[in-house]
Design a protein around this ligand. Sequence first.
Ligand SMILES: [Zn+2]
Length: 493
Amino acid sequence: MVAAANIMYNPFNIFFKYLGHGQIHDTYLVGTNSPNDTDVSTSQLIFKLGQHIYDTPDPNLPSDLDLLRNANAYNVYVSGNGDSKGGAAHGKGYPLHAQSRGSFIGRTSHATHEIRHSLGLNHTWDGFRYPYNPVPNVLTEGCERVPRDSSNPNFNVANHGDRILDTAAAPNFQVERWYELFWSQFEAPFLEGDATFDDFEDAQSYATANYDPIADAYLYAQNCTYTGTNKDCNRLDNYQLYSQDINNLMAYTKDCTEFVLTTGQAIRMRETIALDCESAMTPALNTLGVASLYEPYKGEYYVNGTVPVDINGDPNPPLLQPGFDYNFIDCDCFAEVDCDLPLDYENTDFTYNEQIGTFISKNDTHYGNITHPNHTAIKIIQLDNSQPWRCYDNYNRKPNGGTIIKFNDNVLNTNVTITPQDSTAINNENLINNLQPGLYNIIEQYDDGNTEEKVIEKTGNQKYINLSGIAKGLLLVKIETNDGMVVKKIIKI
Ligand SMILES: [Zn+2]
């Protein structure tokens, strides 16, 4: 979920850092509703939590709840009740969000949708009620008209709908057809003024029986274009909907929801955070600012001696936030500088070579791989593409073994000869000198299970097709893997 939130919000300079999670078992929080009673369970959860945190402490809540909640964080809750289709947010300006049964894992649209609510966004269909309101020019409260030009007399965007100019007036795509059917039955008695409750119920039954609850009636599923001819609540203008309206996460569609955020929505969210009308956002802001994102959320750097482990005795490498594009760039600390631990952010006492590095994509879901390799500095593309920071250049650690892979055809393919190396062999300072000419991958194995690899082309008198014409020295090579593009180090000697 942190990855999903970062991928979605980073383009607008909103960044998330994971601070931990926990679990709680308590029926008072979510009630004992049937598993499908989504609305009740999520509403209960968010209502009780909101009351407890922002209004009056609730003694009925489990005592460990407050331990679970981080008052200096944006807290997201997932309830065990309800199905995966619903969610609830506490309201604008409160860093508290709940989601019904589901998961924090992956790019769950519900979590990011609910976060948007608490960051100040309404549904793009806000105010949509009766597309077939039979009385022209009678607006339902808040209903947004189509015109986007402020000189148009029907322009009412500023204080209707979601109150954002660049999200078009839109119907709720999921129920638009339902309302259309409803009004096809109810319009006549309504206009004649003799509508009964039975008429109302009959029209509802008719609509429910004849609309398709699975698909959006007026979205052409192939490319998610709007095919409807319905008018807005003013009954003068047809909806004018484009991809960014249909795929907007604050729209309600069944099949077409992507992760679109408009500039207007981004500005509204940043305003909500900056203005902090409820004085609830500021405590959740990271006081260290972006420097914090160069610090691991978990794990420990190796300094010297034994390699750090977690409470289970497992390797505990420093892990950085998912959802960013990282370039871990080769760096060297100045001789007089101690970089057994990474330098502080904005300390420039190191050199680096942009041409050598390891790239990790924001879409990489192997979160355990997003660690800070030794002898590299961290470049986070979304934060600062101008240079890397925090050089970690630790020479206290020696590999305990490794492997030399020789590429027999002198290209990076699978025709290889593999020679294991014990600890004496891999630490031999003449290891590379002793190699015959050729292309090699040298893999160093460390106590904590980590490996470091470098691809080396040793030329001697021979010339190799793949790298000929390239100057000697440090180079990089890009290799396509299943996980995306990997940039490997090459030392041509
Ligand atoms: Zn919503």
